[in-house]
Write a protein that binds this ligand. Structure first.
Ligand code: SF4
Length: 301
């Protein structure tokens, strides 16, 4: 008898095992092989989906609209989304704000993400798969934040865009002295966050932020949609009305990636040299530029 022949009705080798006792495995009968095949199929489908999106974008020829045209869209959006006022019960939900943005701006949308969590990219990507997610790569991030960025890129249907300063950390040290953040954090933020973001936003009609009204006294009147005069484009804040608990609840419900520091005493996460743990009950942003007058990096000023 051939080693690969199984007698009819031989119940001892139901999966086609050879009579020698060595199992013959195929993706159909080997759980590990089946898992690998499924993972490969997912990876290929994901790559094909991303490539199709990139090709569609490359073929799009619509130029960026003028500031006047975009301002008119903001006025329409405010009338449609703000209801009877900020915080009113008829104010639009985050999903409605994103739906409006996708209708108005198509692919010309940039999502800003600090990688404290991936909730905002998730909310937007539900309606705009492979949307650009801008990550300010300051060169000063916690390893956990860089790891979160990588996990988001590998697992979610978004396109990560690393936004780089003109100078590396070493070049900045050489030009302005070591650890500029400790002497002049405003200048450091201007070079490593504000200028690179403004430069990058020039290619979009709208940017989406995760700013919430409950985060800080400076953010209590954050609108859902507004005109960003400094950067010359529309700005939307779909999560403006959310609380921190709303954010965590959404992450739990949708299994969204969270930066591990979030559950380790860092409710607000920025660059490592400028962020410390906060005590329970302390202002969530008290750990940012602690001991200094500075409370904002200038991105949302
Ligand atoms: S948060 Fe600190 S290290 Fe990061 S850009 Fe601002 S000053 Fe520099």
């Amino acid at each position: 008898m051939s080693a690969t022949t199984t007698p009819p009705g031989d119940r001892t080798h139901p999966t086609g095992a050879a009579s020698s006792g060595t199992p013959v495995t195929t993706p159909g009968n080997d759980p590990l092989a089946a898992l690998r095949a499924a993972a490969k199929a997912r990876t290929e489908a994901r790559a094909a989906s991303q490539a199709a999106h990139a090709a569609r974008r490359a073929a799009s020829t619509r130029p960026k609209r003028s500031a006047d045209e975009l301002r008119a869209i903001v006025e329409r959006g405010q009338a449609e989304l703000h209801g009877s006022g900020l915080g009113a019960t008829d104010e639009a939900t985050a999903e409605q704000v994103v739906a409006w943005a996708v209708r108005e701006f198509g692919d010309s949308i940039a999502v800003a993400c600090s990688m404290a969590d991936a909730v905002l990219p998730h909310v937007v990507a539900q309606q705009a798969p492979w949307v650009d997610v801008l990550f300010l790569e300051t060169g000063y991030h916690f390893p956990e934040t860089s790891g979160t960025r990588d996990a988001v890129e590998q697992q979610m249907e978004v396109t990560i865009v690393d936004v780089l300063p003109r100078l590396t950390v070493a070049q900045q040290d050489e030009a302005h002295g070591k650890d500029l953040w400790s002497r002049d954090p405003a200048a450091c933020c201007a070079m490593r966050k504000v200028e690179p973001l403004t430069r990058t936003l020039g290619g979009y009609e709208v940017w989406v932020t995760g700013v919430r009204r409950d985060e800080a006294p400076t953010r209590t009147s954050t609108p859902l949609v507004t005109w960003d005069e400094k950067n010359g484009l529309v700005k939307i804040n779909p999560l403006a009305a959310w609380s921190f608990d709303d954010l965590l609840g959404y992450a739990a419900d949708h299994q969204v990636i969270l930066n591990p520091l979030l559950n380790d005493g860092y409710p607000s996460i920025g660059c490592a040299p400028c962020t410390r743990r906060v005590a329970p009950g302390e202002d969530p942003r008290a750990g940012r530029w602690a001991g200094l007058d500075k409370t904002e990096c200038g991105l949302h000023a």
